[in-house]
Design a protein around this ligand. Sequence first.
Ligand SMILES: NC(=O)c1ccc[n+]([C@@H]2O[C@H](COP(=O)([O-])OP(=O)(O)OC[C@H]3O[C@@H](n4cnc5c(N)ncnc54)[C@H](O)[C@@H]3O)[C@@H](O)[C@H]2O)c1
Length: 351
Amino acid sequence: MPKIKVKIARRPRDKYTIFIKENCIDYLPEFLKENKIGTKYAILTDSKTKKIYGDSLLRFLKKNKINAELISFDQGEKSKTLATVEKLAEEMITKNFDRDSAIIVLGGGVAGDIGGFLASIFMRGIPHIQIPTTLLAMVDSAIGGKTGVDLEGGKNLIGTTSQPKAIFVDINYLKTLPQNQIVNGLSEIIKYGIIKDKKLFKYIEKNLEKILGKETEALEYIIERSIKIKVKIIERDEKELTNERILLNYGHTFGHALEKMSNYTLLHGFAISIGMVIINKLAVEQKIMKEKEAKRIKALLKKAGLPITSMKKPETKDILSDKKRSGNFMNFVFAKKIGKAIVRKEKITKL
Ligand SMILES: NC(=O)c1ccc[n+]([C@@H]2O[C@H](COP(=O)([O-])OP(=O)(O)OC[C@H]3O[C@@H](n4cnc5c(N)ncnc54)[C@H](O)[C@@H]3O)[C@@H](O)[C@H]2O)c1
């Protein structure tokens, strides 16, 4: 089974494995027993994923003599709040979870962020396992250890950095994922190609139909390659202390502002797609990137079914609420060409 080992440079003992394969979830009970992750497991999932996969995962674990219970919240970004975390923590107390317990997060990025956050603070921190079930979560949100919730003032403003004990990326989950969610995740994968991997970008251009048709081989290829890129970055720069991890925010500054303006009705990957087109336009204007490259990126995003323009311009106040701001300066990630991105500090007055 393809495995990616993650070793955080600043804490070499903090290492874990990402398993990537159809049906790799079958190995979960053995993994939990062998590694003695917890004495009791809370399968934390959202209401929709619970119905499709949560109940069967619980049965599967119980059949394998693993002590587990389901806890869930209403699906959707609106649930990614401190109030939800508090409610889930109370439920865990009622269900007798303690400091020897662990959380198995089953779901998309919302469950991943909530579950990882709750695990990092429940009883001052218990272990967790990530089982991402959306394409976006498989290639992005479940990887890297960023956890957290939204505030009225913006997305992901409260959180922790907390690495899981393992990640199980089982492509089978994508079979039930609606097509717009596949396209949503593909946006982040195209982003990886632009910032770090021209071969990946070219592969997507060539195999777009297979990817959108959910063909296993094509999906596994782009997922594994994307995860490897993110892992390489976070191993060296877990906490976004250098420009390395900031590269991952390509398209995100404007994207986050658009998400917020839409009151989170615009999907993350869709917002990022528009964000990438906006930053490329600025890059061409500032002669950082050739127009030909910007056009090629725009063409792929469009062909993938992603939006490339927005009815409204992102508002400056929303751009400024981005966490990447520091004083009067803000870091912007520009692509110089497909496969190579750079970080530039821009004065806010320039916006
Ligand atoms: N922590 C990070 O580093 C990081 C990075 C990127 C994004 N994020 C966060 O991720 C979130 C978005 O994640 P998302 O797009 O996965 O959204 P999501 O978790 O809301 O999932 C999208 C929808 O798909 C459903 N779903 C999940 N798996 C399914 C499956 N296999 N089949 C059918 N339906 C399924 C969910 O119930 C939900 O309705 C945002 O909150 C964003 O901020 C975090």
